[in-house]
Design a protein around this ligand. Structure first.
Ligand SMILES: Nc1ncnc2c1ncn2[C@@H]1O[C@H](COP(=O)(O)OP(=O)(O)OP(=O)(O)O)[C@@H](O)[C@H]1O
Ligand SMILES: [Mg+2]
Length: 112
């Protein structure tokens, strides 16, 4: 099992959601968030001076998936999320040790 986390442009969320639904993704969690990456706020001063960083609004998508589905989900998010402009976001994947469906007590892949 894997946890796929994607930070995407908020205006791409609807298309990403539609594209993932076509793949019958089991579930996902969405959060509004803010962040920055390489471009920063162009006003950072390091050590001894005030640091100003502009955070930009993004959407975080989290999807638990079985290993067999991971590559397809990541490719779908990248294809639907891309606008070819800076700030389009990132996707990363980490291993998940256990999952429990609370209602039934099912575990791991059966709980996804
Ligand atoms: N190294 C990182 N760690 C955690 N979150 C990150 C990281 N890089 C980017 N993010 C998140 O993704 C958002 C979008 O990042 P962004 O697409 O600007 O990355 P980038 O590396 O600057 O690529 P680009 O050059 O296409 O802008 C950030 O606002 C932040 O929320
Ligand atoms: Mg950037």
């Amino acid at each position: 099992m894997r946890l796929i986390t994607a930070i995407v442009q908020p205006e791409r969320l609807a298309d990403i959601q539609i594209a993932l639904a076509r793949r019958e993704t089991a579930g996902m969690t969405i959060s509004e968030c803010s962040g920055y990456a390489r471009q920063l706020g162009h006003s950072e001063v390091y050590r001894g001076a005030e640091m100003t960083i502009d955070f930009v609004g993004k959407v975080k998508i989290e999807i638990l998936a079985g290993e067999a589905d991971v590559d397809g989900i990541v490719e779908t998010i990248v294809a639907a999320g891309r606008t070819d402009t800076p700030g389009d976001g990132k996707v990363w994947v980490v291993p998940v040790e256990s999952v429990v469906r609370i209602r039934t007590g099912e575990r791991d892949e059966e709980a996804i």
